[in-house]
Design a binder for this molecule. Structure first.
Ligand code: NAP
Length: 481
């Protein structure tokens, strides 16, 4: 049976072209779908369509735009089980994780749909007599959105929904490794009756069409989530045209475990944050910094817990961890495991590609823990984006915080402690955009700002009310009556 074809969506039409295949990383014999490769010409058409649609869309009352976003949420909800299963097949994360992400995308559309009836502006008293002064939000225009593969429905949702409610029109590029989940959002936008040209979907390799999106004359802003290398290139390129830029990039997130932590909960939180979703969350823990007093006992318990994790096809019940997304990421994981061996000796657990039987069909690697990692080692400094955890020892809470901050990244960080003063030392001293206390470092909600600091991020935050700051401009009015 030949695989289903998923076309690009330009100016309200499903458009054709050459295809690329998307395969299931847990079972590479299965083609998830054939996707049309957009060309630079397609990007130009989509950008012109988005420009033409802008006036009608931005002049529609915001609550009416919100009503359309509610419809998108309802359509996604009706396909909830299908969308979860499709995401597991295209990305590899387990079915419960995939369904959780679909739920998040639905909630995001509802949240920003509601924003249509609020769209808070500002009204302040004037110093002058009989002057009314206020500020309203206006859309920026055509926005390019470039997405990664690791949250293939939540990230496109948290870029698209605020852009639309603010009145912008969009060119959406999915990651080539996981293009189906965001295709379903665009399909839902079509079915909901969002006018033609408002949302345009362009699959295809970033190398081939990324530059065309950034340089399309109608595009006024770029929102990008992905690696630092591509993000830095986009920053340089988009700055030439003084585009508004939002970049969310890599991390090397720490979890600090202090001696006074709830021990069992800390083991569980670190195991979850380091290995679930195969370590492929931008907020995953990749360094655990353990206070000397409990270091050995904690590491022993963490290794024992990690050895119980079941790796396999995420469609099967009982599986904790799926595959790496593709051969490239698997190779990266194995390369860093070899670096770890050179830097610290044999890992305490894991360290190998899983082979034999069904494992041979996918990109499976054992969850791996290296102990004795010190601050200047590669394992302590570079993002891996896989299930490889570096354990570091700290003599006291102050040195744990110093070690945690000693990296160029600043995405997420976590502390496990029962001491409220240590919590506040962490809250004020940790250089990261997202902090958790006595929770895994990964696992955010959509109602508050999301994003990092230092080399992890650039520009206004995503999600929550803060998302509107990127997708709108202030217009300030002074009115004498
Ligand atoms: P990536 O390789 O940088 O790709 C991200 C997106 O950029 C993809 O759509 C990719 O297209 C596209 N792209 C590639 N080359 C391009 C170019 N020259 N111009 C414009 N776009 C281009 O990153 P990834 O492997 O998908 O994702 C993993 C990275 O994302 C990790 O570093 C992770 O930390 C980061 N991430 C960060 C966050 C956050 O919120 N901070 C969230 C999730 C992931 P193709 O897929 O076609 O190559």
């Amino acid at each position: 049976m030949s695989a289903e074809v998923f076309r690009n969506y330009i100016n309200g039409e499903w458009t054709d072209g050459g295809y690329f295949e998307n395969r299931n990383p847990a079972d590479t014999g299965e083609v998830v779908g054939q996707f049309v490769k957009a060309t630079a010409g397609d990007v130009a058409k989509a950008a012109d369509a988005a420009q033409a649609a802008l006036s009608g869309w931005s002049n529609m009352p915001a609550p009416a735009r919100g009503a359309l976003l509610f419809k998108v949420a309802d359509i996604l909800e009706k396909k909830f089980d299908q969308l979860g299963a499709e995401m597991t097949r295209e990305e590899g994360k387990t079915l419960p994780e995939a369904k959780g992400e679909v739920r998040r995308a639905i909630n995001i559309f509802r949240y920003f749909g509601g924003e249509g009836a609020r769209m808070p502006g500002m009204v302040v008293p004037s110093e002058r007599d009989r002057v009314h002064m206020f500020a309203i939000r206006k859309p920026i225009g055509v926005v390019g959105q470039i997405n990664p593969w690791n949250f293939p429905i939540a990230i496109p949702a948290w870029k698209l929904a605020p852009a639309l409610i603010a009145g912008n029109t969009v060119l959406l590029k999915p990651a080539s490794a996981a293009p189906l989940s965001s295709w379903r959002i665009v399909e839902a936008c079509h079915e909901a009756g969002i006018p033609k040209g408002v949302v345009n979907y362009l699959a295809g390799s970033g190398g081939a069409i990324g530059g065309a999106i950034v340089n399309a004359p109608p595009v006024k802003a770029i929102s990008f989530t992905g690696s630092c290398g591509i993000g830095n290139w986009i920053h340089a390129e988009a700055s030439k045209r003084r585009l508004r830029i939002q970049l969310e990039m890599g991390g090397k997130n720490p979890t600090i475990v202090l001696a006074d932590a709830d021990f069992d909960a800390a083991v569980e939180n670190v195991c979850n944050a380091a290995f679930f979703s195969t370590g492929q969350k931008c907020t995953a823990t990749s360094r655990v910094i353990v206070e000397d007093a409990i270091h050995d006992r904690f590491v022993e318990a963490l290794v024992a817990r990690t050895k119980k994790l079941k790796v396999g096809n995420g469609m099967e019940p009982g599986i904790d961890i799926g595959p790496a997304i593709d051969q490239g990421q698997l190779d990266v994981n194995l390369r860093y495991i070899e670096i770890g061996r050179k830097e610290c000796g044999e890992p305490l657990c894991g360290g190998k590609r899983l082979t034999g039987g069904a494992y041979d069909k996918g990109y499976f690697v054992e969850p791996t823990i290296f102990a004795g990692v010190t601050e200047n080692m590669t394992l302590a400094q570079e993002e891996i984006f896989g299930p490889v955890l570096a354990v570091m020892r700290a003599k006291d809470p102050a040195s744990a915080l110093r070690i945690a901050n000693n990296i160029p990244f600043g995405l997420s960080a976590s502390i496990q402690t029962s001491n409220v003063s240590r919590v506040f030392d962490f809250v004020y001293g940790m250089e990261a955009g997202l902090l958790t206390v006595n929770l895994p470092s990964a696992g955010v909600e959509y109602q508050l700002p999301f994003g990092g600091t230092k080399d992890s991020s650039f520009g206004p935050k995503e999600q929550g009310p803060a998302a509107m700051d990127f997708y709108s401009d202030w217009k300030t009015i002074y009115l004498k009556y």
